[in-house]
Structures are given as structure tokens and as C-alpha cells.
Design a protein around this ligand. Structure first.
Ligand SMILES: [Zn+2]
Length: 328
């Protein structure tokens, strides 16, 4: 009996184990080539009528209706006085961003699909908190406007070759968007190209000037790079070595170090990597254009295009190359 059982195991179970491993390896390999994590092509989108949202402060996981969630995200991510078509574009992009996380087996938040933190997933604000920050007489009409933009685009997502895209977005591109490889490294996404948008410069609140003393700069960089040595009496103590294709700072030379523009942005707390600088006696003044990583849809760019008469589909297709807007 024992011999027969062993034979059955050898004949049936060992081949199953081998083919399973082979299947998984092959599947990962072929999908990685397309910049995707494992994605089931036959996903049943009907199961995404609700999502599980992690409240990062309390650790509580709440199951909520997808469009209700998108209303809260749109109202947290974009000023309500932006054009309707820009808000609709934001709704479709936020929904796509969410669905992409759901279909790509995202293991970031066990038990939840997405969290409410802007620095991790995408911003979310409760309706109560949102209303409290608006003038009392505008609360009802503002919330109605958000709901209209979300419900009118209900079920719509941005796809590339039939799959939801990784829909990055940011505040203001300064006129030209960035490709993701220059921000996070990794590989290219065919739908995330550098595109130009007119009218971005009219949103002057996204153009900033940061004055830091020479000592502050040294201290901030030394936190990460204690080997820094810089002699500010030399004329070329700080210089831009290389720009990205979109005109952002790719490499900055400071003293004996060469640092990536994205790292300098984080260390010095600049709003973007699109900057110039001026050194005077005690300080360095950084003049920063735009706000955010610059990849994907620019929110002020969307508003600017809406003012030029573009609808939400045209806005989305402007920022994401070769995409379609499809019903889930
Ligand atoms: Zn998150």
C-alpha cells in the first residue's frame, strides 16, 4: 500500500508542482516586460463597486462605494473652483489610479486596497472635513459640483492596450511633463511621455522662490552625505551638470558631490526639480517652476486646457499618450 501511494504521488503530484512553478515564472516574466505587476486579464470589474480604504492615522479599514471614494479624492486633490472638465478628468484619473492598484495585486496594505495618504497612494479627505474648509454658503454647491463630475464619468477609466494605466498626476508641470524614468528610475511606460501644455505659467501660486543660507544647504545635504565639502568662495561651487529631456535638473554638482535633481529636491524641500539658482553673499536663492514630480497629468494644465475648450477626454489624451477612455 505504501509503495502504491508513493507511486501515485510521483506520477501525479510532482508534475503538478513543476508545471505550476513554470507557469508562475513565465507569467511574471511576460508581464514584467510590459511594466506591469501580475495582472489578471479577465478581471471582473463588477467586484470594484466598493473598495477597502485604509485610514492611515487610525489603521481602520473602511469598505466604501468606489464613486463615493472618488468624490473624496477629487475634492482633496483638486481645487473645486477648477473647470468642470478638469475635475472630470481628475475623477477619471483618480478612478484609474485606484483600479490599477486593485488589479495589480498590490500588497502594500494588507487587507486594504489603497490608503488615504497623498505621499503613499492618493489624497483623501472626509466629506465633513472638506465641507468645514469651504465657506458655509458654498458648501452645498461645491460638493454638488464634485459629485456631478464623478457621477457623470462613473465607470470610466483610462486604458492602454485594454489595461488600466498607472495614472500618475501632479499639481503643475511648469509647461512640460516629465518621463517617469527621470524621477524613479526603472523602465519606461509607453503612455507616459513628456508633453507640453500652454497656460501653466498663469498659475503663479505654483512658482516659488526658496532662500537658504549656505550653512543650511550644507547641513541639509550632510544629513544624507556627510562627505560633502563645498567652498562657496569658488565660482563653480554649485553648477547644473545635466538636464532631463523636459528641462528639469537631472544632475547638480555641489562641491565634491554630484547629486540627482530628484534628491536635491527632497533634501532642500523644493517643489520640483525644475529650478534655477543664484548665489549671493550669504544665501542661495532657488527659483522653482511647477509643483510635483511632473509625471502624467498636470492638474493646472488640465484646468488650463479646459479653459481653452477641451473636454475631459481630450485633456486625458493630451497627458497620456495613446490611451483610450473605456467603461470598466
Ligand atoms: Zn498607500
Amino acid at each position: 500500500m505504501i509503495i502504491i501511494i508513493l507511486l501515485v504521488q510521483i506520477i501525479f503530484f510532482i508534475p503538478i508542482i513543476f508545471t505550476k512553478q513554470f507557469y508562475i515564472a513565465k507569467h511574471i516574466d511576460s508581464t514584467l516586460n510590459q511594466n506591469e505587476i501580475i495582472m489578471n486579464p479577465q478581471y471582473d470589474y463588477n467586484q470594484y463597486k466598493t473598495i477597502k480604504l485604509l485610514h492611515s492615522k487610525t489603521g481602520e479599514i473602511e469598505e466604501i462605494n468606489l464613486d463615493e471614494y472618488v468624490c473624496n479624492v477629487v475634492s482633496a486633490e483638486m481645487p473645486v473652483d477648477f473647470q468642470m472638465e478638469a475635475l472630470k478628468a481628475q475623477a477619471v484619473v483618480a478612478r484609474t489610479y485606484t483600479i490599477y492598484k486593485l488589479v495589480t495585486n498590490n500588497q502594500k496594505h494588507p487587507g486594504a486596497d489603497i490608503c488615504d495618504s497623498a505621499s503613499c497612494c492618493q489624497a483623501w479627505i472626509s466629506k465633513e472635513d472638506r465641507l468645514a474648509r469651504w465657506d458655509e454658503n458654498l458648501r452645498e454647491s461645491n460638493w454638488k459640483k464634485i459629485q456631478e463630475c464623478v457621477f457623470e464619468t462613473s465607470g470610466k477609466i483610462v486604458t492602454y492596450e485594454g489595461r488600466p494605466i498607472n495614472a500618475f498626476f501632479h499639481s503643475n508641470s511648469g509647461g512640460k511633463t516629465e518621463i517617469p524614468i527621470n524621477v524613479w528610475g526603472g523602465s519606461e511606460y509607453p503612455y507616459l511621455q513628456s508633453v507640453e501644455t500652454s497656460g501653466e505659467e498663469e498659475y503663479s501660486q505654483y512658482y516659488s522662490e526658496v532662500t537658504l543660507s549656505k550653512e543650511e544647504i550644507i547641513n541639509k545635504i550632510k544629513e544624507k552625505h556627510p562627505e560633502l565639502e563645498v567652498d562657496f568662495s569658488k565660482e563653480d561651487c554649485i553648477s547644473i551638470k545635466e538636464y532631463t529631456e523636459s528641462g528639469r535638473v537631472k544632475t547638480l554638482k555641489i562641491g565634491n558631490l554630484e547629486l540627482a535633481g530628484v534628491e536635491i529636491r527632497t533634501l532642500l524641500n523644493l517643489r520640483s526639480t525644475s529650478f534655477t539658482f543664484e548665489i549671493n553673499e550669504n544665501n542661495v536663492i532657488f527659483r522653482v517652476t511647477g509643483y510635483g514630480h511632473g509625471v502624467g497629468m498636470s492638474q493646472t494644465g488640465a484646468d488650463s486646457l479646459a479653459k481653452q475648450g477641451k473636454n475631459f477626454e481630450e485633456i486625458i489624451k493630451h497627458f497620456y499618450t495613446g490611451v483610450e477612455i473605456e467603461n470598466m
